[in-house]
Design a protein around this ligand. Structure first.
Ligand code: NMX
Ligand code: MLT
Length: 439
């Protein structure tokens, strides 16, 4: 054992007690009000969910258990031990679960634990190999996670009549097994969708990200570094985003972590959410192709023209805007810094920079979006493409691996804290009209 389960077992009683007492003492206090705009408009900003692992500030961006991304880069153990290298996702997972920065030895033991759980059940590989050509990688991922559900400890223990006090333990087993099995699942999807289906053997001498990259067929240590950063920054974005909320909602019915994570991936697969990262690269390549065809250079003026064409066609600029953020996403900034360090002269990186110079102005003039600045998806494709990873309809799968770390850590606490079935109240238009008449 890595010691993680034992540490959680030590931490749980105090957290359970604190929440119980907090509810008892302050349960009737009002933290928010709901306007009709919010009710009709996607529940935007309504504070109505407990999510322990991260918190999003509109101006500052994300903090994971209180730490910003630059702080994580300094404090979490990295693979090489060299200062300045990227943090390991296993360390982030420890932090998300416990609220504590792990030592390198703890991270290494968690890596070893994950490796020991990685073997797929026999039916999953043939199923992935049998998926029809052209099936989107996110559809494959969600289906493969569902297929893994035959192994759910939570589901089988529940069927045997386990006690509520044990839910956390079954969830713990499922979440680790599930995280451990995702690299091979994703590598199989990747190699079967774009190549000859051959997957490099599992390499447990590497860390989670290193082995994952190797199985994908990308051996470059710099790409492995990128993957560490990529998984860390995509892991969690508080609870209200569509994928995290979906996982939490589905899990609240006591559907096991496999069913919950598969549902989470279906939300992430939408173009307004995680699929935007593939859309961004498509948009940038479309821009390059059109300008080349027209014999024009890539300049702030030609980019502005192309952006207006997109907007006038009734489409969004992918990678820009956000439901909560009102400034440049720090996840964008961390990827930009990675690019400045590793690929400062890449032409596509330069293009992304020029887009960044003009787009806030274009979107402000357009006058609709509340946030004209780039989000996480605006930068990720450029980095992946630089390392030869140009199959952009696979990008959201990588986002999905990252997101699994965050939503599963919270799902553990959902069960450990005994959070109830989620069931907000809906109303009809008729109800709203009557409400207005009477108020
Ligand atoms: N390009 C053009 N129009 C935009 C954009 C954009 N990038 N962002 C928002 N708008 C429009 C939006 O469609 C809406 O128009 P309408 O009134 O006609 O419906 C108006 O501006 C107001 O929207 P907001 O309140 O600013 O944004 P909202 O909270 O509704 O949506 C997003 C947030 C992220 C869905 C939206 O900004 C968007 O569609 N962005 C592009 C897609 C994208 O990058 N998604 C990835 C988000 C991050 N992630 O990974 O999940
Ligand atoms: C996310 O990472 O989930 C996105 O930025 C969307 C969000 O936070 O609403």
């Amino acid at each position: 054992s890595s010691g993680l389960k034992e540490r959680l077992q030590e931490l749980m009683p105090a957290q359970q007690e604190a929440l119980k007492n907090f509810k008892k003492e302050h349960g009737s206090k009002i933290v928010d009000k709901v306007t009709i705009d919010q009710l009709v408009g996607g529940a935007r900003s309504i504070k109505c969910m407990l999510w322990e692992t991260s918190l999003l500030d509109p101006l500052e961006g994300i903090r994971f258990r209180g730490y910003t991304i630059p702080e994580l880069q300094k404090k979490l153990p990295n693979y090489s031990g060299k200062p300045g290298d990227e943090p390991m996702p296993e360390g982030l997972f420890w932090l998300l679960l416990t609220g504590e920065i792990p030592t390198k030895a703890q991270v290494d033991s968690l890596t070893a634990d994950l490796h020991s759980r990685a073997k797929l059940p026999a039916h999953v590989e043939p199923m992935i190999r049998g998926f029809p050509k052209g099936m989107h990688p996110m559809t494959q991922l969600s289906s493969a996670i569902l297929a893994l559900q035959t192994e759910s400890v939570f589901a089988s223990e529940y069927a045997k009549g386990t006690s509520k006090t044990k839910y956390w333990e079954h969830t713990y087993e499922d979440m680790l097994n599930l995280l451990a099995r995702l690299p091979e699942v994703c590598a199989l999807i990747y190699r079967c969708t774009y190549f000859d289906g051959k997957v490099a053997p599992y390499d447990s001498s590497l860390d989670y990200s290193g082995n994952f990259c190797k199985m994908l067929g990308h051996d470059d240590p710099a790409f492995m570094e990128l993957m560490r950063l990529y998984i860390v920054i995509h892991s969690d974005h508080e609870g209200g985003n569509a994928s995290a909320h979906t996982c939490h909602l589905v899990g609240s019915t006591l559907s096991d972590p496999y069913l919950s994570l598969s549902a989470c991936m279906n939300a992430l697969a939408g173009p307004l959410h995680g699929l935007a990262n593939q859309e961004v690269l498509g948009w940038l390549l479309g821009l390059q192709a059109q300008l080349k065809e027209q014999g024009k250079d890539v300049t702030p003026e030609t980019i502005t023209e192309f952006a207006w064409e997109t907007l006038k066609a009734g489409k969004v600029i992918p990678g820009y805007g956000h439901a909560v953020l009102r400034k440049t996403d720090p996840r964008y900034t961390s990827q930009r810094e990675f690019a400045l360090k590793h690929l400062p002269h890449d032409p596509l990186f330069k293009l992304v920079n020029t887009v960044y110079e003009v787009m806030p102005g274009v979107l402000t003039e357009h006058g609709k979006t509340k946030n004209p600045y780039p989000n996480v998806d605006s930068h990720s494709g450029v980095l992946l493409k630089y390392y030869g990873f140009h199959h952009y309809d696979f990008y959201t799968v990588l986002f999905g691996i990252g997101r699994a770390y965050g939503v599963l850590a919270q799902l553990f606490w959902d069960r450990a804290l005994g959070l109830p079935l989620e069931r907000p109240k809906s109303v009809t238009s008729e109800w709203l009209n009557n409400f207005i008449k009477n108020n």
